[in-house]
Design a protein around this ligand. Structure first.
Ligand code: MG
Ligand code: MG
Ligand code: MG
Length: 305
């Protein structure tokens, strides 16, 4: 029986590519694994898959009775609903430790680096397995995405080193240019519904006895949202209601000017004002220098609950 490998819900490029790259490694080591995904492929990930001639992992949302490896998360809130009926053989992740537990021993590769694929690169090196050219290219893109082309405060030396080595394997010279090309694709919002935008990169977190949802859209020019804010706000309100959340936030991240405009729908806006030491105007504020939800948003929100 094959083991499934997948990333978090609302999968980003790290989750999709991580499933593919870890599955190739595990298969090379003699295991029988299949890369899967819990949700829709984003336009950025589609760009990566097309660029390197790969197909998307199959969609699978139920894992009861299966053996699994999980990549890029360890929070129940980002797991399949029946994860407690699956056997988790291992976790590869670069986030704070979540609330998943297991009943059997497991393999853990959890490091404070910028991307799960950086850790997977280290796993290939550890096991002395050669990375195929197209997988190296996809892993490179995943790291460039998660680290916002090395601008994010989550980026470490391990990430830049992995990118250099992966670019060499993939035969890509100007990989920062490839990163920009990818972020321009990521910035396209036309044709997408408000719900597609608010949930494209959206995560829910347990904070105290409340639930908080935080979405993020990283773009090269914030003006793409000028005529969309009313629609985004009304969808955030719906999201909040549907999930019985205390707060829903959307970060509109400007990767060129390095900061985020936050849109807030909350039972208590003062919690957000205190967390980030800002005054919300029309439920919005500019957070200068904020690029990372994981490092610059969640740790400041959590103590308010
Ligand atoms: Mg991710
Ligand atoms: Mg990641
Ligand atoms: Mg991200």
């Amino acid at each position: 029986m094959a083991t499934y490998i997948f990333g978090h819900t609302n999968p980003d490029s790290d989750s999709i590519v991580g499933a593919i790259s870890l599955s190739y490694l595990k298969n090379a080591l003699g295991e029988d694994t299949i890369a899967t995904r819990q949700g829709k492929i984003s336009p950025e990930t589609e760009f990566i898959l097309n660029k390197f001639g790969a197909t998307a992992p199959e969609l699978k949302t139920s894992y009861a009775g299966e053996k699994v490896y999980i990549v890029d998360f360890s929070d129940l809130g980002q797991a399949p609903e029946d994860i407690s009926d699956a056997t988790i053989l291992g976790i590869v992740d670069h986030h704070k430790l979540g609330d998943l537990t297991t009943s059997t021993p497991l393999e853990c590769w959890i490091r404070p680096v910028g991307c799960s694929n950086t850790i997977i690169k280290e796993m290939y090196d550890y096991h002395n397995i050669e990375i195929p050219k197209n997988i190296a290219g996809m892993m490179l893109c995943a790291i460039l995405s998660d680290t916002v082309i090395f601008k994010s405060p989550t980026c470490t030396k391990a990430d830049t080193k992995a990118c250099k080595e992966l670019a060499k394997i993939a035969g890509i010279e100007d990989y920062k240019a490839l990163g920009m090309e990818m972020f321009i694709v990521k910035s396209a919002v036309s044709g997408a519904t408000a719900r597609e935008l608010t949930t494209r990169d959206y995560k829910e977190f347990a904070m105290g006895s409340e639930k908080v949802g935080v979405g993020q859209l990283e773009v090269v020019d914030l003006s793409v949202f000028d005529n969309l804010k009313d629609e985004l706000f009304s969808d955030l309100k719906k999201l909040k209601q549907e999930g019985s959340l205390h707060t829903v936030m959307l970060l509109l991240t400007d990767i060129m000017n390095e900061g985020s405009q936050i849109l807030v729908v909350s039972n208590d806006e003062s919690k957000i004002e205190k967390a980030f030491n800002v005054k919300l105007e029309n439920s919005q504020a500019w957070l200068d220098g904020v690029l990372s939800r994981k490092k610059q948003i969640i740790p400041f929100l959590q103590p308010q609950f």
